[in-house]
Design a protein. Structure first.
Lengths: 396, 106, 353, 353, 396, 106
């Protein structure tokens, strides 16, 4: 038997979980690029180091982003990945596909690229992994013909994403899919032509369970919520009571605000104390439903650590109704991006800018009122700035 | 390192065609590279204005200006910018202007 | 030339008819068994979802295979999840079991719902990125093999979300995961003075350093690094290619625990450092796999029902976490970045172990 | 010449015999009634403590009067508390009531124990300091008059500790009080360029500014202040007399709530901003007195037993605190100092009011 | 009737709480200084501004501190407070006095000063409010003769203070009075001759109730605690059960670790989970007592806001036995002060220095091991420093 | 502002005797003030060494050195310091050396 060229990677074909190595080998059957990628990766496994050069700027005509340039640092050994650029394809909102669309994508990619993909990237794009500089424009042309467009990269609005929401989920308080798609279409220019100080991400979850991790991963988080009473279906409560579920222990005792009462018969919720954490609803989906007045909480500033440390998004609008055409929302986004663009340094994310200039300055800048919902607690340091108009001006 | 011959001169560039010896930049370099950045024909005054602006800014501050600033300072909008440099300010304009390759945010 | 700015295909054209009919009118759901969801609409109609694991790095042929399956059982409708699983969407209950059988025959794991370990969100690693301190797909595969049973069952106290990022840029957004696997460098970058002047913006490079370790040297158009202030984040390399940071000897993996994203019960929280460093040991990263498994097992046997990893640790205390897992506590666990003092214990309340 | 470094008198010589006998061997205590403690020792002996309020700023004659009383009832033994109350120490139970009667006749309030409001820790104010933004003794007196009944009874949900500091130096250590009254300036100091060069160390003055508002002007040996970055803390004035900050028009008082020091139940916590500014209105500071009273009343009627102010607020939420007290929430309540982001709400969990 | 010269201050003689104005008037009967102080204060009440000049440096021979210089900014109006310096007198530990000592103090002060005092200052000193420059040395001489000494001021060790502890309190886990007195005597030099970058405060509370607010107000906090089981007296538990106290609701439910169980008969404590918060003991002093193995937790860094924001002290030694002569404790204090003195900038408190250089550097500097008790939680940012010896050094 | 006449010259000083026009300092000022700071007789070389050290440090860095530094740099301990300047470094030595009055930390 021939000795394998990838003994290390072969080890990763063992075990029950589907193996990316198998996929790479599969692609390598057809694509010399994929073949060289496999070999270069094997080298990385041996050397314990990556074999890509720094950066790469390539693209398509009329766009400033959407393609990640990449060059091998061993083109001598792996000439077919000398250039190996990634194309970010804006996924259909909610990652829903009809197979014909997916097949089109595959065909285009087999024609122009390595035949390898990520379904999907962490921001949500369909990632087409690896093509040459020459193929980028023709590949884009074919993609466009197949109804696909590039996603974001660089200092641009990144591909927005949304949880499945009303597509399947009974808890959706907003139409996450429509909001996301609508914003995506509205802001095409901002996605394709980087014009900001740095990246800007929008993610939409239709309820506080936040199934797209929007609060952790987006500069602008839209999270569905409600006002008013949690809807209770007493018959179903009774049904749960006689099931495995221990309502007192598993539901009431774990309610963070302890605003639920259960006397083995009736479930009472002191809704004025409920902070809509979803826990009780999550556990009793047949019996409990979010209240009737639905909308979203807007939070901003979420991001990964570089430079100033990771941030979770901060509440800036406790409640906003979201109905098409989402005018108020869009205006808010524009105002925020504008303020950010005007004030930020290069590579400064929105959250970092607010951290630097202060929430007070941000709120005034974008015209939002201060409300206690914005904070866990008021300041504890006495370093309070007053606005000039608060102070009696000396006449000197 | 790749080399490229433009208008009879040899330049060290990287894979993306970015100049690797910034002091070698000259106007011919810019012109000769124009077509790879989807600019047809010779560079116009509008192109030069931007190229010179970029170079001045870079010389003065050591960094490329942010896009908003480019537009503001030159009284143009994004549309115009992409008309002039169809591959965008980072890939297109900076390359022609002989700035160091924009990094990081991709 | 291609049309630009057409945006993604309209998702509405991708929705199966049962969803189109019941869009926004779902009443409740049940997890029929691990990996199988039933969503019932106000109309009484039901949507069945079968969730299958995926390596994420998939070939076009693999995608076509998925398409084949979806066409056979689901009229060609499927979706991917926010954790890169594949979801087959059916309206016909009778097709669920045959679909599962076919998936089994083709070695697709079905699961990832409820109190399970779902797919590991991860990143590029040595496959495509220029800053990785480790590979992404490899450690993920090695680990998923080992915790496979937690994917196909639903036996944990709560769901456990694992993510991996191959460098501090944290593309996998690991910072809020129950368990996070993070590639870290540990070598101070050495500016290549011959290349910095032509390749790097000095002010941007200086500004890139979170701890202010970099000083501009305007005369020589380069920068210098104060070794003592550098914690190897690699951000200077991101903006300045002439500051290489990767180093086979010192690159490796750190483990973080207790983060979450949902607002259920407790507020979203960051993951906290559990293990500062484990070596890169390809192809199967045994140290990393063992360390993560240990944490999962200790969690599984100590946490209360519905308690996420972080909620469990906060209830019993970090002292207890370290004593139960046997992970040594070191001075590296103590924060020393800008808001470090917020993490120092300002009370005499603590446990002895 | 005087002997130096003799240190304070040995406390052992100051202890009443009953304490000397039972030192370190106390078994339990009871609060017999507000202001009266009984400590019982292993030996069975009991020590009675009668606690009386004091204005802290006392004349020698006043001290002598206290001595007279202590000699009459306590064999000359007494102590002061960490909140500046006077404690008469007795071993004879029969003398307790007569002592209390005498104290009453001389208008000494007896109380401050248990779930009461004890004496207000405070500072110098206009009486002796150079940086005050308000007086100390005055507002304290005005407020204690008004909440007198809470001192002599024990009717609150838990004990409420109030402190006042007349400037941001916080000599009263108000930063961890149930209710804190803090003098604040609101005028940007103007460096007097003629005096700075001779009176001030420029580098120290620059370093003194928490927000980096001060720049050194080495040429003119003076400093300049960036008005926008100044939040009037007064620290520059502390190190540089030529930067006056006091201003009758703009000096005043801010109110802070919810701090605590004890480790009982919850960990020690800082007080948080409730009211950014109230005017100085001597002699009786009615706005301040009313504001504090309002907070106390709302607390008294809403908190659960044993719940300190901060514990109550954390249970119900700050949203609720502001709606119940009717105090307006403003952008000044939102932190913007260096660790501000830790206070921002990173969750969708909140109450509507 | 003569019109009062202090109409504003007179208002503060009304009301039930003892009035400092009455005391000032009393002193003014005897002392022209006190009289002018009263008048100057009246002017402050009118002007809404203080009338003291900045600072003042005065002192006694051989000491660098202990006296706070103060000069009136209106010596024209109030010549008797032209100079009005405060003397800080180190109080007897625990603020215990025999009346003869107090009377001595009063006599000295009537002889040399205004006759006004603060009993006591916030740091704990007996504050003698106001004397002239000439009187400082003779006053000190008389004080010394009467057995009193000055407290701290300036960049020195400040007068340490302690809770009443074993003097009266059944919960004392350490001899707070003796520790405090012992340290005070040991460090006389550091109190009287400022040698540090800034002030340094030590406060001793004998249990976690922290009745001297040591955790909030001292650079070095010593707080008594215990190991092992809380001692339970079952008979007294039963007695409490039949009293007003609702053991379940008031005690167990409020236990922060929920480690108590009460079945209406027996009280169980899972001591391994107890964090020694004192709540249960506070409520049931006859039934519960701290465990037998007693000692202290050491915390450092507490301080008021200027410059870097207020800090509460941080745990650095979870448990230390404290027995005279407290050698280990003193050595720790010396090592910490030494490290601080060596590394701090001028006017940088210990807590600020640790904040600036990192706990890691501090621990190594003073030779303490890292333990999880030091933190609420480990770091969440990935900016981890490794020691050079952790890293495989490149041979280049 | 108070004035003081020392060795025939008039100096502006504050209430504590600190010089208010730092450039007027001279050696006579120091000597003349010595007795008020409990230094008997004329200033010795050891005094002058410290005074000069303080002045140099102040001129160079714009601040008074911290006590530890004073001791280290001059090879003396606290005891010696107080022997030389019985009223301490802040009140005694800085005053004689004509530094601006130490503030803040009292
Ligand atoms: C492909 C992808 C990882 C993946 O395998 O899924 C990715 C890959 C890269 N990210 Fe990312 N990021 C990806 C999602 C993210 C996310 C997650 C998200 O968007 O939800 C984050 C964290 C969230 C955030 O933005 O804060 C993320 C935070 C970063 C950062 C740090 C940004 C920061 O402000 O802290 C960088 C560094 C930078 O921008 O220079 C970065 C940079 C990069 C670069 C461009 C490397 C670089 O230094 O320039 C990587 C290119 C890899 C390659 O060769 O293809 N990437 N990156 C993800 C994008 C795919 C997609 O479009 O769907
Ligand atoms: C399909 C998906 C949304 C999508 O648009 O793709 C989804 C779907 C559902 N989520 Fe989710 N969640 C999905 C990612 C998430 C994420 C994001 C993530 O994991 O990165 C979160 C936040 C995780 C975190 O906190 O770190 C998330 C937190 C939840 C929660 C809150 C759980 C908790 O107690 O903290 C629920 C409620 C529950 O499970 O009871 C929930 C519930 C649900 C329900 C039951 C909602 C419904 O009624 O349909 C769905 C099936 C759950 C299941 O798998 O058991 N979903 N869900 C995502 C599946 C990912 C996967 O393949 O595993
Ligand atoms: C006398 C004094 C100590 C001293 O050395 O001077 C003292 C004495 C006692 N304290 Fe205290 N505490 C004293 C200041 C404090 C302080 C410091 C302060 O107020 O600035 C605190 C921290 C306050 C805070 O958290 O902000 C303090 C927190 C406690 C606690 C914890 C209360 C809580 O639930 O948070 C207890 C336990 C209790 O009251 O049940 C306590 C209990 C006690 C006991 C019952 C201890 C005992 O068995 O003797 C003493 C009588 C309490 C009473 O007044 O009801 N002592 N106690 C101080 C009296 C001050 C005064 O005049 O009012
Ligand atoms: C007298 C006293 C207030 C009182 O009425 O009780 C006091 C009075 C002054 N303090 Fe204080 N502090 C007093 C206890 C405190 C405390 C409380 C404590 O020690 O427990 C604190 C907060 C704890 C701390 O140290 O952090 C305190 C924090 C300050 C600060 C801010 C220090 C910081 O690091 O943030 C300053 C400013 C400074 O040092 O320059 C200061 C400065 C001052 C000065 C010297 C004013 C100045 O700017 O130079 C005040 C002199 C007033 C005067 O004319 O007599 N005082 N000072 C207290 C000392 C009496 C005593 O010895 O018993
Ligand atoms: S975020 Fe809420 S609405 Fe969206 S999928 Fe998750 S549970 Fe459903
Ligand atoms: S949603 Fe959360 S806070 Fe509201 S009642 Fe349910 S469990 Fe309680
Ligand atoms: S985490 Fe780092 S190494 Fe991994 S893909 Fe993102 S930028 Fe590249
Ligand atoms: S690796 Fe990070 S910490 Fe080190 S110099 Fe570069 S940017 Fe600074
Ligand atoms: S708080 Fe400020 S004004 Fe009041 S005594 Fe202390 S330093 Fe002086
Ligand atoms: S008052 Fe405070 S904030 Fe303003 S300049 Fe002075 S030190 Fe800076
Ligand atoms: S701190 Fe503890 S030991 Fe000291 S007096 Fe207070 S309750 Fe008693
Ligand atoms: S001391 Fe506190 S933590 Fe310990 S058992 Fe008692 S109430 Fe619980």
């Amino acid at each position: 038997m021939e000795k394998s060229k990838t003994p290390l990677l072969d080890e990763l074909e063992k075990g029950k979980w589907p193996s990316f190595v198998t996929d790479m080998k599969q692609a390598a059957q057809k694509s010399p690029m994929a073949e060289d990628l496999l070999s270069q990766l094997e080298l990385s496994y041996k050397d314990k180091i990556g074999h890509w050069k720094h950066g790469g700027i390539v693209g398509v005509k009329g766009y400033g982003g959407g393609v990640i340039g990449r060059y091998s640092d061993r083109p001598d050994l792996f000439p077919n990945v000398q250039a190996f650029h990634t194309m970010r394809i804006n996924h259909p909102t909610g990652w829903f596909y009809k197979t014909d669309a997916l097949r089109n994508l595959c065909d285009v990619w087999d024609k122009h690229g390595s035949g390898l993909t990520n379904m999907h990237g962490s921001t949500g794009d369909a990632i087409l992994l690896g093509t040459t500089t020459e193929h980028i424009q023709p590949c884009f042309d074919d993609l466009s013909a197949a109804g696909f467009d590039l996603g974001g990269s660089g200092s641009a609005l990144r591909t927005p994403s949304a949880c499945v929401g009303p597509g399947r989920c009974e808890w959706a308080c907003i139409d996450s899919l429509d909001v996301c798609y609508n914003l995506t279409m509205e802001f095409q220019d901002k996605i394709h032509r980087p014009m900001f100080p740095y990246k800007f991400k929008i993610k939409v979850s239709a309820c506080p369970n936040d199934c797209v991790a929007s609060i952790a991963r987006s500069d602008f988080s839209i999270i569905g919520t409600w006002k008013g009473k949690i809807l209770i279906n007493p018959a179903e409560v009774t049904a749960y009571a006689s099931s495995d579920l221990d309502i007192q222990k598993e539901v009431c005792d774990l309610c963070p605000t302890k605003c639920m009462e259960w006397d083995s018969k009736e479930l009472k919720i002191h809704d004025e104390d409920c902070t809509r954490c979803m826990h009780c609803i999550n556990l009793m989906p047949k019996a409990l439903r979010p209240g009737k007045e639905k909308g979203a909480t807007i939070l901003v500033g979420g991001k990964a650590p570089i430079v100033e440390g990771a941030l979770l998004s901060w509440v800036i609008v406790p409640f906003i109704k979201l109905e098409p055409p989402y005018t108020e929302l869009k205006e808010l986004i524009e105002r925020i991006q504008d303020w950010w663009d005007e004030n930020a340094k290069s590579r400064e994310r929105l959250g970092e800018l607010i951290k630097r200039l202060g929430m007070r300055v941000f709120l005034r800048g974008v015209g939002l009122p201060a409300v206690p919902q914005m904070v866990k607690a008021p300041r504890s340091n006495p370093y309070v700035f007053f606005w000039p108009e608060d102070i009696k001006q000396e006449v000197k | 390192m790749p080399q490229i011959e433009l208008a009879g001169k040899i330049y060290e560039v990287d894979e993306d065609g970015f100049l690797q010896e910034l002091d070698k930049w000259n106007e011919e370099f810019a012109q000769a590279y124009a077509h790879t950045e989807d600019i047809e024909g010779t560079l116009t005054d509008e192109h030069w204005k931007l190229i010179n602006y970029l170079r001045n800014y870079f010389q003065q501050f050591g960094i490329a200006p942010m896009v908003r600033k480019v537009c503001k300072d030159n009284g143009i909008d994004m549309k115009k910018l992409y008309e002039l440099f169809p591959t965008g300010p980072a890939k297109g304009a900076c390359k022609l202007a002989g700035l160091s390759k924009p990094t990081g945010c991709v | 030339m291609a049309k630009t700015d057409i945006g993604p295909p309209d998702y509405k054209t991708m929705l199966p008819p049962v969803i189109q009919r019941n869009y926004g009118k779902w009443l409740y759901h049940e997890i029929l068994k691990p990996g199988v969801l039933m969503h019932v609409a106000e109309s009484g109609e039901a949507l069945y979802t079968v969730r299958a694991g995926s390596p994420r790095l998939v070939s076009t042929d693999h995608i076509r295979e998925i398409c084949d399956i979806a066409e056979k059982y689901c009229d060609g409708y499927l979706r991917f999840t926010s954790r890169n699983n594949i979801e087959f969407l059916l309206d016909d209950k009778d097709k669920v079991e045959p679909l599962i059988a076919e998936l089994a025959s083709r070695n697709y794991p079905v699961g990832g719902t409820g109190h399970s370990i779902s797919n590991i969100v991860h990143t590029q690693g040595w496959v495509h990125c220029h800053t990785p301190a480790t590979d992404a797909s490899g450690p993920v595969k090695a680990l998923m093999d080992e915790i496979y049973d937690y994917f196909i069952t639903s036996t944990l106290p709560a769901h456990v979300r694992i993510a991996l990022a191959c460098c501090l840029n944290m593309c996998g957004a690991v910072h809020c995961s129950d368990i996070a696997i993070l590639g870290i460098h540990r070598t101070v970058p050495k500016p290549d003075n011959s290349r910095v002047p032509n390749m790097c913006e000095i002010p941007s490079t200086v500004a890139s350093c979170p701890t202010g370790a970099i000083r501009g040297d305007m005369k020589n158009k380069t920068v210098t690094v104060n070794d003592e202030k550098c914690m190897y984040c690699g951000n200077c390399y991101t903006v300045c290619p002439a500051m290489p940071i990767a180093d086979p000897e010192n690159d490796g993996i750190s483990i973080w625990v207790g983060g979450k994203v949902s607002n259920a019960r407790s507020a979203p929280k960051f993951s906290k450092l559990a293990i500062p460093f484990l070596p890169n040991n390809p192809p199967r990263w045994p140290e990393v796999v063992d360390a993560v498994k240990n944490i999962i097992e200790v969690y599984a046997s100590h946490a209360r029902k519905h308690e996420r990893v972080g909620e469990w640790i906060e209830r019993v205390g970090w002292e207890r976490f370290f004593s139960l897992t046997g992970i040594p506590f070191t001075d590296k666990h103590i924060d020393d970045f800008d808001m470090a003092t917020e993490t120092f214990r300002t009370s005499t309340q603590f446990k002895w172990r």
